[in-house]
Design a binder for this molecule. Structure first.
Ligand code: HAM
Length: 416
């Protein structure tokens, strides 16, 4: 074999497609239930869009972007996330002139140069919902509810919904100062990554996965104790709405997220007992992002979910999913004259909206029926020399092996 799919990417083979089509249907259905419309953005954007929004000091921007110069010399990046492109499109197409909030959803391939392992890929797919243009905490509640209802609707269970508030640009500096103060006494105990985080991105100290760093984080100041009155009010109203919606959230003081644009609400959904790598959903408010990208101040909130990880969990929990409908009938023939009949009949049935797989080549009848069996079709139509002569076909029920000889004109009606 000369070539393989690049590391961290995969082919989605036909046997997997039922999961993917099911995900797409559910995403569109939830979108429709909550009034979100689909948007599709380009797979690559101006590199600065991501550097500016996701943050220069994040792992994504520093280590994970697929960035290249095109032949015209433009610096472009394969999208490492879906929120910034949606905000760019919102501004570029004047969606701020529509009634707010504008509610959009997407299903998109995402590219991150990460160390591949189960549930972590270099190309993966996310679906996401974004509500842009309002700061009402009820909207936070709606978005979190959508994520939760998505999982209920696909029958995925044993999930935990984690929530936090990381404040806004008014109150966060006070919190960061308190964090730095606290960590100053623990610098020598930190892993080398955390030593860098302390200087460049102190919030991220809280979600280091190393047990020794986690122990230090356990006693660190909590963001919710440093919220300004506005953020505090927002957070307490949100919690009340989540209770009204009957969503079983837990407040996780270590939840800070890996992208810099978040303000106030942040949330994640994880399988119970799973670590960071198993996180299915990540999201939150990003009230300053649109302004950062050149628009008027425009609050917004959204989330995205990793489709591969959801499918892994559906399989783990043995959740049944609807199969993709297959062609109903296989047409087998023996001899050249029969083949002419088979070609005509195949076309008639397909034009009558009946899915047909026609045998090809000159295999024995036995081999053709074996193929029909493997394909899982409900019926086989058999045309041999005898049938050509008498102007009939044999219709075989593949489950019961019952056969009957009929004129071809009856086939369409019978199969329907
Ligand atoms: P994120 O947490 O970076 O957030 O990614 C969202 C989800 O994508 C994760 O929870 C995970 O399920 C999946 N995911 C991320 N990286 C990988 C990977 N390498 N392999 C497989 N799955 C992965 C965002 O990207 C934000 N844009 C979410 C958001 C939308 N916030 C507000 N609106």
């Amino acid at each position: 074999m000369l070539y393989r799919a690049p590391r961290g990417t995969s082919d989605i083979l036909p046997k997997e497609q039922a999961y993917w089509r099911y995900m797409e249907q559910k995403v569109a259905h939830i979108g429709q239930l909550y009034g979100y419309e689909r948007i599709d953005d380009p797979a690559f954007e101006d590199t600065r869009l991501f550097a500016r929004s996701v943050g220069e000091d994040t792992d994504i921007v520093k280590k994970e972007m697929y960035t290249f110069k095109d032949r015209g010399g433009s610096l472009l990046t394969l999208r490492p996330e879906g929120t910034a492109p949606v905000c760019r499109a919102y501004l570029e197409h004047g969606l701020h002139n529509l009634p707010q909030p504008v509610k959009l959803y997407y299903i998109a391939s995402i590219f991150r140069y990460e160390r591949p392992q189960a549930g972590r890929y270099r190309q993966h797919y996310q679906f996401g919902y974004e509500a842009i243009g309002d700061d009402d905490p009820a909207l936070d509640g709606e978005v979190i509810d959508m994520a939760w209802q998505f999982f209920l609707s696909v029958n995925l269970r044993h999930l935990s919904l984690q929530l936090n508030s990381i404040g806004c640009k008014k109150c966060r500096p006070g919190y960061i100062a308190a964090l730095k103060d606290y960590y100053a006494d623990h610098t020598h105990q930190l892993c080398s990554d955390c030593k860098t985080r302390l200087k460049r991105n102190p919030l991220r100290l809280l979600d280091c996965k190393k047990p020794s760093c986690q122990q230090i984080a356990d006693s660190a100041p909590r963001s919710i104790d440093y919220l300004c009155p506005e953020c505090e009010e927002h957070f307490s109203r949100l919690k009340r709405y989540l209770e009204l919606l009957d969503l079983p959230f837990v407040v996780n003081h270590h939840l800070v997220r890996g992208l810099d644009y978040y303000t106030k609400t942040v949330f994640e959904i994880q399988p119970e007992g799973g670590g960071a790598q198993s996180t299915l959903v990540g999201g939150g408010r990003y009230d300053d992002l649109i302004e950062e990208l050149g628009g008027k101040p425009t609050p917004a909130i959204g989330f995205a979910a990793g489709i591969e990880r959801i499918i892994l969990n559906l399989k783990k929990q043995n959740v049944a999913i609807p199969p993709i409908p297959k062609p109903k009938v296989f047409i087998a023939y023996l001899g050249d004259d029969a083949r002419d009949e088979a070609i005509k009949l195949t076309s008639t049935l397909r034009r009558g909206d009946i899915g047909v797989i026609e045998a090809v080549g000159d295999k024995s009848l036995k081999a053709q029926l074996r193929q029909a069996n493997t394909l899982g079709v409900g019926y086989a139509v058999i045309i041999g020399e005898q049938e050509v002569k008498s102007g009939t076909v044999i219709l075989r029920d593949m489950t019961s092996a019952e056969q009957r000889t009929i004129p071809p004109s009856q086939l369409e009606g019978l199969l329907k």
